[in-house]
Design a protein around this ligand. Structure first.
Ligand SMILES: Cc1cc2nc3c(=O)[nH]c(=O)nc-3n(C[C@H](O)[C@H](O)[C@H](O)COP(=O)(O)O)c2cc1C
Length: 360
């Protein structure tokens, strides 16, 4: 039987001296101060309130300040508002909403998800209500929350991407755009945008031109030969941050029917099974660019967040974990705060990129 999405409360039992306390030697002994972040606001307009004794979990993603580094991932948290009865949305570092297209999309045939060892496959087919309906129906409900709302954007042509952003530009209440470039480009015979640095540069530049009011994050496909080349193409074309990474193309077969366990032949693999693979990609991407990298893939517990930060991520997103436990992002956040306090990480930013090469 597959082991899926287990909570690992033991991870919260770690103590100084067991190795985790060495993660941020730079902050040891430093007086902890909390600078109250202006959530979803651009740096420079922030109130500078210091509260001695607290852990500073705020992170800057380019010009955008987030309350903490724990965001929720696109497609795994609805349009955000559906999760408001599971916890306080204000506490989250940010909410990346379900991918939005020009027009509403019905998505793929059922079944759309199936369990795999330590993970799951999905073939949702990018079902969504469309950018206009999102602005009219969902955004007004999200606006009262003091957390960064990020619109995940996709399309099948460069013009699709730009048009979705143009629709969103007129709306209030968004902090940034996240471009999902793991989509087939119908103008180029179905080749994925995210695999080809020239196409990446083209779609990011067009989206950047349309995104006048807000920063543009680019979410990379993990299925690339050299993520550094793709990361640099996105950075040079105007990305303010990179999200690494999306799901891995994969499949699962019912041996009795000899058909796919999904309505589509193939789907995207997510969950703990992918974490070590994506972790390497995050490290590679972070080494290749100057802009912040946001890591996601299989995060279940606070230690997983630290793993991503250590290899260079500035923040993380929680995805599949919310399926087995809709409160996962709050649980991870609580645990991260506790870990940080216990290990005297006064500023979570000090952990970023603190990876140490093994000595020969
Ligand atoms: C059911 C489902 C739907 C998803 N929909 C989107 C989407 O609309 N846009 C997007 O960029 N990523 C989408 N993703 C990918 C996730 O945001 C995330 O990149 C991926 O699942 C890896 O993280 P995880 O292992 O923590 O789930 C989806 C993932 C799942 C499981």
């Amino acid at each position: 039987m597959a082991v899926i999405l287990t909570h690992r409360p033991d991870a919260l039992q770690r103590r100084p001296g067991d190795g985790t306390d060495q993660l941020s030697g730079r902050s040891q002994g430093k007086l902890c101060t909390l600078q109250e972040p202006g959530v979803g606001e651009i740096r420079g307009t922030l109130p500078a309130v210091n509260v001695t004794g607290a852990v500073d979990l705020s992170v800057d993603i380019g010009a955008l300040r987030l309350r903490n580094p724990v965001l929720v991932a696109s497609g795994t948290f609805g349009y955000g508002i559906e999760f408001s009865h599971f916890g306080d949305l204000n506490r989250l570092g940010g909410i990346v909403v379900k991918g939005l297209s020009r027009e509403p999309m019905e998505g793929a045939p059922a079944p759309r998800i199936c369990e795999t060892p330590s993970g799951m496959l999905n073939a949702i087919g990018l079902q969504n209500i469309g950018a206009r309906a999102f602005v009219a129906e969902k955004l007004p409900l999200l606006r009262p929350y003091q957390t960064a709302i990020i619109a995940n954007v996709f399309g099948y042509t460069v013009e699709d991407y730009a048009e979705v952003i143009r629709i969103l530009e007129d709306a209030e209440g968004l902090a940034a755009y996240e471009l999902n470039i793991s989509c087939p480009n119908t103008n180029k015979g179905g080749v994925q945008f995210g695999n080809d640095p020239t196409l990446v540069a083209e779609v990011v530049a067009a989206a950047r031109k349309a995104a006048i009011r807000r920063p543009l994050w680019v979410k990379l496909s993990p299925l690339v030969a050299d993520i550094g080349i793709i990361a640099r193409a996105a950075e040079e074309s105007g990305a303010a941050a990179l999200t690494v990474a999306n799901t891995y193309p994969a499949m699962s077969v019912d041996i009795h029917t000899r058909r796919s366990k999904l309505g589509n032949a193939t789907g995207g693999l997510s969950g703990p099974a992918i974490r070590p693979i994506t972790l390497r990609l995050v490290r590679e991407a972070a080494k290749s660019v100057k802009i912040p990298v946001i890591g996601l893939g299989g995060i279940e517990i606070p230690d997983d967040v630290l793993e991503y930060l250590v290899v260079g991520a500035a923040a993380v997103q929680v995805g599949t974990a919310s399926f087995s436990d809709p409160t996962a992002s709050w649980r991870i956040l609580d645990g991260l705060e506790e870990l940080a306090k216990r290990n005297n990480y006064c500023d979570v930013n000090n952990i970023r990129g603190s990876f140490l090469e093994n000595s020969a």
